[in-house]
Design a protein. Structure first.
Length: 120
């Protein structure tokens, strides 16, 4: 009888590779022309914690990281980004900024196209 892994189990297994985890978070941080969805971002960070936490943290530290993530996600963006950097470092990841390739300008009212991209 074939064995089927759940999507969640398969995702967590893939995220145990820190390079894959970094790309996964980068994708969620980039968003699209409508911005990014904070609940999806929170879920992505929790997936990475579940995958990388046991490799880098004690069970007690993982609980603390989960609590800290919830607190970070409630804060204004500048303060949250500051604390997010430390949160990622505990999992062996690093928040960096690099120049993004020139993107075509989007012609929507109140939209802005940035030439800076956040990567993990």
């Amino acid at each position: 009888m074939p064995v089927s892994d759940s999507y969640h189990d398969s995702l967590i297994e893939s995220l145990k590779d820190s390079h894959y985890a970094a790309v996964y978070l980068e994708t969620h941080l980039e968003g699209d022309e409508y911005g990014f969805e904070s609940e999806l971002l929170r879920l992505a960070f929790n997936h990475v914690l579940e995958a990388l936490g046991p490799q880098n943290l004690t069970p007690e530290q993982m609980k603390i990281q989960a609590q800290q993530l919830e607190e970070i996600m409630q804060k204004p963006a500048p303060e949250a980004m500051n604390q997010l950097t430390s949160w990622l470092q505990a999992l062996g990841l690093k928040l960096t900024i690099k120049i993004a390739p020139k993107m075509p300008e989007i012609n929507h009212e109140n939209d802005a196209v940035s030439s800076i991209k956040i990567t993990v």
